[in-house]
Design a protein around this ligand. Structure first.
Ligand SMILES: [Zn+2]
Length: 346
C-alpha cells in the first residue's frame, strides 16, 4: 500500500534529528543543504549515482558490517538516492533477515518513484524491477524541494497528467481489444488530472500549494493504479513512445519533458477517442512553463519520426498494453505529415 506523505517546512530536519545513527543515502546538493541544519550524527553517508545491479551489490557488501548498528536507512535526494535506500532495505531483509526502517525524503519531485515501492535497477543497461520495499515514512519538505530547479519540479506533472492520454488508450483497448474498463476508476482518474490542472498557477511558481498539488496528484494516481491492479489509468502510449525513443537513442531524457511531449502526440493521434482536448493540455504545459519541445531535450525530428513509425512493433515486442498505436483505425502514413507539422509548432 502506498504510504501517505507527511508535509512541512524543514520537516526533514526534525525527523532526521529523532533518529539514532541512520545510514543516509544522498547526493551532493541536498546533503549540502541538510547537513549544517541537523544535530544527529549519521553512522554513514553514502553518495550513490548508479543503479547498476553489480554496483549496488558491492555497496551492500561494504555496508553489511555497519547495517547492524543502524536501524534506519534514509534516502535523501532524487530518484537514485530513494531507490538505493529502497534497494538496501530490501536486500537487508531478503539476505540478512534484518528489518530496517526506511525513510524517504525526496529533494525533488520530478517523478513519482519515491511513492512506488518497486525498486528499479539496471541490469545490462536495461531497467528491471527486482523487488519491493515499502517506506515507513515519506517526508515532503517544502523548503528542501524548493531548492531544486523549478523546471525539474514542474516536470513532475507529467506522471499524473499522463492520465489524459492513458484514458484515450483505455477506451480504444476497451472497444477494439475487449479490455475491461471500469467507469468508476476511469472517472476517478479523470478527476485527478482535473484537480492538477486547477493548481496550474501554484505549480508554475512551485510554492507550497503547488508542491502539495503535485505530490497529491502522484499519491492519488499511484493509489488508484494499486487498487485497480495495474497502471492502465495512468500509463499508455505516451510512456511506450518514450521507452521506444530511449531504446533507439540510448539517451535518458527528463522524464516529465519527454512524457509531456508524447502526451500531446497521443492526443493528436487518438482523435475522437481522446478524453481531453489537445489544445487544453498544450495550454496547461504552456501555463506552467514546462518546455516540452523536442529541441528542449535535444531530440531530433528524424529520431522522433522514426520512433513513431516503429513504436507499434516495439509495443508488440515488449508486450506492452494495447493503445492507440495498435489501433487498426490509426493510419500513420496518412497522419504523419500533419503530426510532424504539429510537433514542429510546439
Ligand atoms: Zn512515468
Amino acid at each position: 500500500m502506498v504510504v501517505k506523505p507527511i508535509f512541512g517546512n524543514w520537516k526533514s530536519i526534525d525527523i532526521i534529528d529523532r533518529i539514532d545513527n541512520p545510514i543516509i543515502i544522498t547526493m551532493k546538493e541536498p546533503w549540502a543543504i541538510i547537513k549544517p541544519k541537523i544535530n544527529s550524527i549519521p553512522s554513514q553517508v553514502i553518495f550513490n549515482k548508479s543503479m547498476d545491479i553489480e554496483h549496488l551489490e558491492e555497496l551492500f557488501f561494504s555496508l553489511k558490517k555497519n547495517i547492524n548498528n543502524s536501524k534506519t536507512i534514509i534516502g535523501l535526494g532524487g530518484g537514485t538516492s530513494c531507490d538505493t535506500a529502497k534497494y538496501l532495505t530490501w536486500k537487508s531483509r531478503v539476505q540478512e533477515d534484518l528489518n530496517l526502517n526506511l525513510l524517504l525524503i525526496p529533494s525533488i519531485i520530478s517523478v513519482d518513484a519515491f511513492l512506488c515501492s518497486s525498486i528499479a535497477v539496471r541490469e545490462e543497461n536495461k531497467v528491471n524491477y527486482i523487488g519491493e520495499s515499502e517506506p515507513n515514512n515519506i517526508i515532503i519538505d517544502y523548503e528542501l524541494i524548493k531548492k531544486a530547479p523549478k523546471y525539474l519540479n514542474r516536470a513532475g506533472v507529467s506522471d499524473t497528467i499522463s492520465i489524459t492520454s492513458a484514458l484515450g488508450d483505455w477506451k480504444i483497448a476497451h472497444e477494439e481489444n475487449d479490455e475491461k474498463l471500469n467507469s468508476r476508476v476511469f472517472d476517478k482518474a479523470k478527476s485527478i488530472a482535473e484537480n492538477l490542472m486547477k493548481a496550474r498557477e501554484d505549480i508554475q511558481y512551485i510554492n507550497d500549494n503547488g508542491i502539495k498539488a503535485l505530490v497529491d496528484g502522484f499519491y492519488n494516481e499511484v493509489k488508484l493504479c494499486e487498487d485497480w491492479g495495474n497502471a492502465r489509468p495512468e500509463e499508455g502510449s505516451e510512456h511506450f513512445l518514450a521507452y521506444c525513443i530511449e531504446s533507439i537513442t540510448k539517451e535518458h531524457y527528463i522524464h516529465g519533458q519527454i512524457i509531456g511531449l508524447n502526451i500531446l502526440i497521443s492526443l493528436f493521434l487518438q482523435k475522437q477517442n481522446a478524453e481531453f482536448s489537445l489544445e487544453r493540455i498544450h495550454r496547461f504545459f504552456n501555463d506552467i512553463e514546462l518546455d516540452i519541445s523536442p529541441k528542449s531535450m535535444y531530440l531530433s525530428y528524424e529520431i522522433l519520426k522514426k520512433a513513431i513509425q516503429e513504436v507499434k512493433n516495439y509495443i508488440k515486442k515488449e508486450n506492452l498494453m494495447y493503445s492507440v498505436y495498435n489501433s487498426s483505425k490509426l493510419d500513420l502514413d496518412k497522419n504523419i505529415r500533419n503530426l510532424m507539422r504539429f510537433i514542429k509548432s510546439i
